[in-house]
Design a protein around this ligand. Sequence first.
Ligand SMILES: [Zn+2]
Length: 134
Amino acid sequence: MIGEKKLCVQCKKEMEVVDVKPSNGNEVQVLSCGHLIETPQSAHEAIADLPSAYETISAASKQINSLNDILLFVDKSAMSQQEKEKTKEILSIIDKEKDSKTLPQIKQILNPLKDWLPVASPWVNLFVTLFLKQ
Ligand SMILES: [Zn+2]
């Protein structure tokens, strides 16, 4: 914010922010002494860039409201196309059966897909945590 006081690491003194410029997804604040401060991109944008599914899941879980949101993150993950398809199939089955069946019953329905459960498990766990009453 312009007018804000920021510590300039070069001058080791508090300086006023006189200008803010966008730069490569980051923000550059220009201080009254002429030095620059780069601020990192927002946390929201950073989530999409995270490499591993686990990190994506834990960071993203706060903004997930439906199965669709999880499926979007599955699509963005680093899994293979087949792993994504199977994961989405498993999640769809759980979503369809969650109101009428218990978790053990759902696990039985998923038996034919059990080879894919290790791959899908972080997403399944997330879904179960967010949407299933246990
Ligand atoms: Zn300075």
